[in-house]
Design a protein around this ligand. Structure first.
Ligand code: NAP
Length: 266
């Protein structure tokens, strides 16, 4: 699936910050809404051009593109269901063609569902695996095959350091993605840096109000108010800037990961 406007000229960026020939474009998967949107807008504010990937949120993606352009940067849209065979390679190719050369990839698109051992089925596990882990793996591979130098940031979850029997398919996929983050950092050095951001309770699940987040957050040493989408985006920006850092996982969770399984409902 390919959609969206590509009204900007496909030229390479000018300042030079890690792209194959000075490109300053970063592809953000799931960039149209929620954390992905904040990451796209923060990237633009920091001077990056942005390729906004979406699956179904095309109108929201156009709105993010307008916000990026209002910040004086260029934006392109690339659509695609990352669970479909061949989609990851297509998304990277379209993003490379549109932007004239990607410098970075932020894997934010994900599916989340609360499935315990007693409620999960094979389809839940397969969906979580395909979207949350296999897609970032294949996107990273396609990116590394088509770019001389670059960087990747994977959106993980603070729960990767603990166990949560309430969402087994999701957690397995994020733990696998954390392992991939470190493996890819070694596999792709020194041409690429590969890092992860592990958010805590930032946004309630789609369709639920802020009180749902508060009720579900559990014990947050710094308080839930510290866990904002902007804080997550700042973590992504730091990792994109940090030239000596690879294989790192940065927890943006108000300290919850330190508690591990001690994160209990308040
Ligand atoms: N929100 C939090 O508090 C929190 C906490 C911990 C970790 N995280 C992680 O941070 C990242 C962003 O979180 P979020 O809550 O903003 O994400 P989200 O709302 O759960 O999902 C972001 C986007 O992923 C896209 N997506 C889902 N399935 C897809 C598929 N098959 N193919 C392509 N795109 C697909 C959807 O795009 P469309 O809308 O275009 O369909 C969706 O809007 C995720 O990786 C999440 O696991 C978030």
């Amino acid at each position: 699936m390919e959609a969206g406007r590509q009204q900007n000229p496909c030229v390479r960026g000018e300042e030079g910050n890690g792209g194959p020939s000075g490109g300053r474009a970063v592809l953000v998967t799931g960039g149209a809404v929620r954390l992905g949107r904040t990451i796209c807008e923060s990237l633009a504010a920091e001077g990056w051009d942005v390729v906004i990937h979406y699956r179904s949120s095309v109108e929201a993606a156009r709105e993010v593109a307008r916000c990026v352009e209002q910040r004086g940067r260029r934006a392109w849209l690339v659509g695609g269901d990352l669970a479909e065979p061949g989609a990851c390679e297509r998304v990277i190719r379209k993003a490379q063609e549109a932007s004239g050369g990607l410098a970075g990839l932020v894997n934010s698109a994900a599916v989340f569902s609360k499935e315990s051992l007693w409620t999960l089925d094979a389809a839940d596990c397969e969906r979580a695996w395909r979207v949350n882990c296999l897609a970032p793996v294949l996107l990273t591979q396609a990116f590394a095959r088509t770019t001389e130098r670059g960087q990747v940031v994977n959106l993980l979850d603070r729960r990767i350091t603990s166990d949560d029997p309430a969402c087994i398919p999701y957690l397995l996929s994020k733990k696998a993605l954390a392992a991939f983050t470190r493996s890819a950092a070694l596999a792709l050095a020194p041409r690429f840096r590969v890092n992860g951001v592990a958010p805590g309770p930032i946004l309630p699940p789609p369709g639920m109000g802020p009180e749902a987040l508060h009720d579900r957050a559990g014990n947050v040493p710094l308080g839930v108010a510290a866990c904002t989408a902007e804080a997550v985006a700042e973590g992504v920006l730091y990792l994109l800037r940090a030239e000596a850092v690879t294989g790192q996982i940065l927890f943006i969770d108000g300290g919850q990961h330190v508690l591990g399984n001690g994160v209990t409902a308040r």
